[in-house]
Design a protein around this ligand. Structure first.
Ligand code: C2G
Length: 135
């Protein structure tokens, strides 16, 4: 069984996130999502999510591509996650291109794949457009 992992905040879930999860699952048989906690978002990623960790977790659990959700609490946990969950493939959007190549040597050797982001959608864009939305 090929085990895949990806990381992110997945706030205000949109079709760009879904296309990422869909392609990530297609790379294996079992998809783990390491979901950024509220604390990690605020302290390390300098971003506040609209939905809390528990709310974002509930939403992701409803997605058929997702098999397991674990908390992402630090930048450093990826290596231990890959070993602990016997991950074969690490996947993330290409906005992170090259940033996680060091994971290739972790455990028995982890494949690292950067998938093209869906260009025309982002949580920031949604928030900005809603601010100026006057029906
Ligand atoms: N994504 C995408 N297309 C978009 C928006 C997001 O493919 N239009 C992808 C991102 O590249 C990422 C995933 O969806 O792989 C989740 O996006 P974010 O929640 O923005 O993830 P990020 O904040 O980049 O967190 O340790 C890694 C970080 O936790 C990644």
């Amino acid at each position: 069984m090929t085990r895949v992992i990806t990381y992110g905040t997945f706030d205000l879930l949109h079709y760009g996130h879904i296309k990422l999860l869909q392609r990530a699952k297609a790379l294996g048989d079992y998809l783990i999502v390491a979901l950024s906690t509220d604390e990690f978002n605020m302290r390390q990623k300098n971003k506040r999510s609209y939905f809390s960790y528990e709310e974002r977790k509930l939403i992701l659990e409803a997605i058929r591509y997702v098999d397991l959700i674990i908390p992402e609490e630090s930048w450093e946990q990826k290596k231990t996650d890959i070993i602990k969950y016997e991950v074969d493939v690490f996947v993330i959007g290409d906005d992170w291109e090259g940033k996680f190549d060091f994971l290739k040597t972790v455990g028995k050797g982890c494949e690292v794949i950067y998938l093209p982001r869906t260009p025309e959608i982002s949580t920031t864009q949604i928030k900005n457009e809603l601010k100026s939305y006057n029906p």
